[in-house]
Structure formats: structure tokens, C-alpha cells
Ligand binder design. Structure first.
Ligand code: NAD
Length: 358
């Protein structure tokens, strides 16, 4: 076997779309040995932890993981599997391609964008102080001692952190991705006109990194203008790289432009390992009925193949999925205009049709 991959099937529709993905990737002939591990509700029940150390260790060893969706346990005291994975493995880049497919209902046509979001710092650094607390008062007093602009003593505070190191890492990743996947342009997205120091640093680093990649065109856009341009002329853009909060919002915006949850893959990339997953959740009302759309998970598998350098196999999988959706005969309920599960293909049938086209 060429690769050993940690597979976390998840729960809800997770095991069904995971099985579909295993079958498609096996049929693509890359040679994957699956190391199946648990996380989420299943792991909580069997091992008392939503993210067991054995699962993390498997990803560390194999350096690559494919993860199905999982239900978030309600109530306090559980760590989030996604945040836990990101932090434990240092998965600094969130990769979210958005590509139009004929047969998927959407207002937009011919979209082919890749969003690269910084995953660990920015507005989501987790450095926060609640209104009225002693810690907040001390932080505010320290800020007011140094800043001309004074902070109200009753304010709640979230600190935005941008570092040279993490900015350089994410922008380099965007350029390397562009180079490896024959992309022509990288756009850095920011608000450096207002946040002159934090976003200013991000932009300056992006410009420095861009100079190391003369074969790839580079420009930058202010986030609000970027959103308008994505609505007006999305075809002018290719790979977009940005800090955490902007990336969180823009990646969902682009997912909506290409047809939403059922077809949107993603990857979380770190220095030593990477984990790929569909952006949708566990869709509990469809679980166990063999009617969930496997596309997002299969396309996450294709993204994983790209990460492994298996570009040709990835392209074959993506083309097979696109072909089945374009024809429209063997698609799940959510890809049909009538959304009638009675008339739609099952998960298994859609998967068979994809495999037949490989
Ligand atoms: P969801 O993505 O599970 O479902 C939203 C809607 O989309 C539902 O109508 C669902 O039926 C439909 N849908 C989603 N994926 C589909 C697919 N592949 N095929 C057909 N229909 C699909 O979001 P939710 O209902 O807000 O969340 C359900 C659970 O999943 C929650 O516990 C949530 O916390 C969790 N969740 C997990 C992840 C993850 O593991 N990465 C992501 C989002 C939500």
C-alpha cells in the first residue's frame, strides 16, 4: 500500500459517507491502507473522550487523516473535536476550494476559487476578557496607560493576534498550493487600511513572500471590497489567502456560491500532518437511511489525494463526481429540484455511479 490514512468515520451520516469515500478512493487505485479510529460521540461512549489520544497518535504517525462529520455533544465539559485536532496537531491552514458543478443549483456559474484561511490566530486567538471582570479591568488599565485612544473600563475585550511567523506560514502555504495545483494568482485579503499594525503586518509579510514566487501573480484586496468583487466578478480570482475571521466568513460565502453544504470539501493542514473533512455536519435526520449526499466527503478525499501529490487520481475522482452530478440521473435527494428521496438515488447508488465513471 502506498499510503496509510487515519479514517475517522464520525457519526450520524458520517459512517455512510465515509464508506462511500473509501470505496471511491480504493477504486481510484492509489493504494490506501485505512487505519480506522474513533472520535466524537462514538469515542465518548466507548473511550470516555471525544478525542482519544490513540486517535491523535494515529494521525501523528500516518501524517494524514480523513474525517467524517460528528455530532457535537450538548452540554459543557466536552472539548470540541475540531478545535482539539487543530490545536493538538498545529493545523494552521484551512483549505476550502469552491468550484461550480453543472447540475448543482446555484445563482453563480463558473466559480473556481480556493480559500486559504489562517486557522490558529487572528480574531480567534482565544485571548478574551469578559466585561466587569478584574482581569478585564487590569488589561484595560494597562492599555489606557499606553494608548492615546482610551478603552471604556466596562468593555469586553477580544484580542486580535497576528504574527510574522503564522502569516508567513499561511501565505507560503497558499503559494505552494498554487504552484502544485497549477493556479495562476494569489490574492491576500486584509483590512490594513484600518488595522494598520495587525493586518498591516499580514499584508507586508504577504508581499515579501510573494516576491519569492515570481511565477505566480499576486495582488491584494481589502476584505469588504473583496466581498463585493466576489459577487460581481469572481472569475477574476483564483487562490485567496487571509487571516482567520475573514477566512471563516469568506469560505462559507464561496461555499454558498457553488451550491452549499452537500458539495463543499475542506482540509486542515499542519507542518507535520493534515486532516480532510466535509464542511457539513452529521445530519442526524438522514442517518442510517442510505440517502445522504457523499459528494463533500468524496471531494475531501480528492483534496487529500492532491495533498499527497496524487494530482491525476484527484482529477479523475473530481471529474467522475462532476459527471454524475451533471447527468443528474444518479444523485441524492438534495441535488434534485423536487428534493424527493423516493425518486432520488441512494448514497450507495450515487457512489456506484461515481466508481463506474472513474
Ligand atoms: P448539518 O450540516 O448536519 O445539516 C444542515 C442541513 O443540511 C440539514 O438539513 C441536513 O439534513 C443537510 N445535510 C447536511 N449534509 C448533508 C448531506 N451530506 N447530504 C444530504 N443532506 C445534508 O448541520 P446541523 O444540522 O447544524 O448540525 C448537525 C450536527 O452536526 C450538530 O451536532 C453539529 O454540531 C454537527 N456539526 C459537525 C460538523 C463537523 O463535524 N465538522 C460540522 C457542522 C456541524
Amino acid at each position: 500500500m502506498a499510503y496509510r490514512v487515519t479514517l475517522i468515520p464520525g457519526d450520524g451520516i458520517g459512517p455512510e459517507v465515509s464508506e462511500a469515500t473509501q470505496r471511491v478512493l480504493d477504486a481510484a487505485g492509489v493504494g490506501i491502507e485505512w487505519d480506522v479510529r474513533q472520535a466524537g460521540m462514538n469515542a465518548l461512549e466507548s473511550q470516555g473522550d471525544v478525542l482519544p489520544e490513540a486517535t491523535l497518535e494515529s494521525i501523528r504517525q500516518n501524517r494524514i487523516g480523513l474525517k467524517g462529520p460528528m455530532t457535537t455533544p450538548i452540554g459543557t465539559g466536552f472539548r470540541s473535536v475540531n478545535v482539539g485536532l487543530r490545536q493538538a496537531l498545529g493545523l494552521y491552514a484551512n483549505l476550502r476550494p469552491g468550484k461550480s458543478m453543472d447540475g448543482v443549483q446555484s445563482t453563480f456559474k463558473d466559480i473556481d476559487l480556493v480559500i486559504v484561511r489562517e486557522n490558529l490566530e487572528g480574531m480567534y486567538s482565544g485571548v478574551e476578557f469578559d466585561t466587569g471582570t478584574v482581569d478585564a479591568a487590569e488589561v484595560i488599565a494597562a492599555i489606557n496607560a499606553h494608548s492615546k485612544k482610551k478603552v471604556d473600563p466596562t468593555a469586553a475585550i477580544s484580542i486580535k493576534i497576528i504574527t510574522d511567523e503564522k502569516s508567513r506560514q499561511i501565505v507560503k502555504y497558499a503559494f505552494e498550493y498554487a504552484r502544485a495545483n497549477n493556479r495562476k494568482k494569489v490574492t491576500a485579503v486584509h483590512k490594513a487600511n484600518i488595522m494598520k499594525f495587525s493586518d498591516g503586518l499580514f499584508l507586508r509579510v504577504a508581499q515579501e513572500v510573494a516576491a519569492e514566487y515570481p511565477d505566480i501573480e499576486f495582488n491584494d484586496r481589502i476584505i469588504d471590497n473583496m466581498c463585493m468583487q466576489l459577487m460581481q466578478k469572481p472569475q477574476e480570482y483564483d487562490v485567496l489567502v487571509m487571516p482567520n475571521l475573514y477566512g471563516d466568513i469568506v469560505s462559507d460565502l464561496v461555499a454558498g456560491m457553488v451550491g452549499g453544504l452537500g458539495v463543499a470539501p475542506s482540509g486542515n493542514i499542519g507542518p507535520d500532518s493534515a486532516v480532510f473533512e466535509p464542511i457539513h455536519g452529521s445530519a442526524p435526520s438522514h442517518a442510517g437511511k442510505n440517502e445522504a449526499n457523499p459528494t463533500a466527503m468524496i471531494l475531501s478525499g480528492a483534496l487529500m489525494l492532491r495533498h499527497l501529490g496524487e494530482q491525476a487520481a484527484a482529477e479523475r475522482v473530481e471529474a467522475a463526481v462532476a459527471g454524475v452530478i451533471r447527468d443528474g440521473d444518479d444523485v441524492t435527494y438534495d441535488l434534485r429540484e423536487d428534493r424527493d428521496p423516493g425518486k432520488a438515488a441512494t448514497t450507495t447508488r450515487m457512489t456506484d455511479a461515481i466508481i463506474e465513471r472513474l
